[in-house]
Design a protein around this ligand. Structure first.
Ligand SMILES: [Zn+2]
Ligand SMILES: [Zn+2]
Length: 399
């Protein structure tokens, strides 16, 4: 494995490639240019390339030897609807679209790994490189659609792995967590039906704004009073909309909630309590609640054996001081969770450092994804690509 640490590629090519992707970001399911670029490079490296899975998705496979073992490595390719505010040479040229989550980096890393793996040819089995569209799209994202279109039937994977860049951690540090690592993410749309009328004659109305106010306060009691204090959950009211002017009591009020959990039982409890509070709070004021509870990305749960394996590979390659174990779980969510529901595997993080400092005058925080000032750190490409290649060679060691 030490040789992998010395394995040389023309890394500058991959920095340029990453910056090219950054310059030309594309939204979910519209990654046409990115997908073309990925497929062309992989074909040139000798991979068998299948395109058009979930629209712009690409899977590239390389088989060596007679072993039936297999591994899947996944990178996401989509950008976000954000107007870029950096002044780098490679800033987005697409108005209102930006690689603010570093998926340009993930794509470049997996392409670099593809070259390392194909050049070294030190494995026995099949490697599937999964380039996924539309990670940022919520419940209708690319991972689930690739699976619905037969991803794992067509490309059987014993285990699957994915990596995300993580600002605020030292560049190139690897971070792992066994078990639940990221939260489930649900959206709740609530309509409160009252009875509108003149603001001066409230006694002849049913004011849905009052119901909304009471409901919002009641919702705060779910995490504080209904859940075990040692369980984690979030119930946030992200949207409240009622009425259009000062002297009219509206007919309806609308709320949207973001609900996060770390275990299926907590998730079920949250849904049950939210529905119950909506109905009973509305009823107590003579109103009626309509609740649409949309389950989004599930909890992301890493399996123990695969997490241990991946951690071991990182430790052997870079030394224990560059590897953090048992990091705190994240309240964010990620659609690789769907793949982990069907296959064992591990989602890991690589430190992206902090490019620049928080700029008070512009309000830009370079150190946070989904920020208009964010940029992937190209120095991550080499260690991350070496790690992927090492993981393949470890999981598919020639016998
Ligand atoms: Zn993101
Ligand atoms: Zn992301």
């Amino acid at each position: 494995m030490d040789t992998l640490l010395d394995a040389q590629l023309n890394w500058q090519t991959y920095t340029e490639l990453r910056r090219d992707l950054h310059r030309h970001p594309e939204l979910g399911f519209e990654e046409f240019r990115t997908s073309d670029l990925v497929a062309t490079r992989l074909q040139a490296l000798g991979y068998e390339v299948v395109r058009g899975i979930a629209g712009t998705g690409v899977v590239a496979s390389l088989k060596l030897g007679g072993s039936r073992r297999s591994i899947g490595l996944r990178a996401d390719m989509d950008a976000l609807p954000i107007q870029e505010a950096t002044d780098v040479d490679w800033a987005s040229r697409n108005e209102g679209v930006m690689h603010a989550c570093g998926h340009d980096g993930h794509t470049a890393i997996l392409l670099a790994a593809a070259e390392l793996i194909a050049r070294r040819r030190q494995f026995d089995g099949t490697v599937h490189l999964i380039f996924q569209p539309a990670e940022e799209m919520g419940g209708a994202g690319g991972a689930r659609r690739m699976m619905e279109e037969g991803l794992f039937e067509q490309f059987p994977c014993d285990a699957v792995f994915a990596m995300h860049n993580m600002p605020g951690w030292p560049v190139g540090d690897f971070m792992f967590r066994d078990g639940a690592m990221m939260a489930s993410s649900d959206r709740v749309v609530i309509t409160l039906h009252g009875k509108g009328g003149h603001a001066a004659i409230p006694q002849r109305t049913v004011d849905p704004t009052i119901v909304a106010a009471s409901l919002i306060m009641a919702l705060q009691t779910i995490t504080s009073r209904n859940l075990d204090p040692l369980d984690s959950a979030v119930v946030s009211v992200g949207m409240l909309q009622a009425g259009a002017t000062y002297n009219v009591i509206p007919d309806t009020a609308h709320l949207e909630l973001s609900v996060r959990a770390f275990s299926p039982s907590v998730r079920d409890e949250l849904e049950k309590r939210i529905r119950h509070l909506c109905q009973t709070q509305a009823e107590s004021f003579g109103a009626r609640a309509e609740v649409v509870y949309e389950r989004g990305y599930p909890m992301l749960i890493n399996t123990t054996a695969e997490t241990k394996d991946a951690r071991l590979v990182a430790q052997q390659l870079f030394g224990a001081e560059r590897v953090k174990d048992n990091i705190a779980p994240l309240m964010g969510s990620e659609d690789f969770a769907y793949m982990l529901q069907e296959r064992p595997g591990c989602y890991l993080l690589i430190g992206n450092g902090c490019i620049g400092e928080h700029n008070v005058s512009t309000g830009l925080t370079h150190c946070m994804v989904h920020n208009p000032g964010y940029d992937f750190n190209d120095t991550c490409i080499a260690p991350a690509a070496r790690f992927w290649a090492a993981l393949v060679e470890h999981r598919l060691t020639p016998t």
